[in-house]
Design a protein around this ligand. Sequence first.
Ligand code: ZN
Length: 84
Amino acid sequence: MTDPKQPRQHEAKPKAKPDSGTDSGPAPEIVAAACRTCGQTTTSECETFPFCSDRCRMADLGKWFNEDYRISRAIKDTDIEAGD
Ligand SMILES: [Zn+2]
């Protein structure tokens, strides 16, 4: 039961930040990694992380389109029929 005598307070208190970490927002820690295309060191500060540049990111996409990356094994019937 709520107390009607209790006035609602409209204080402009700064709320504590929800520190979920894994959801959205920039990561607090800067992570460094080698660009997957050219190997140059890039950091998570970079917009194109884990690539050093947009060009490298597009180049990586191009690899996929050119089927440089392949599925490591053939799809088996058991993969498809599983759960049926
Ligand atoms: Zn690169």
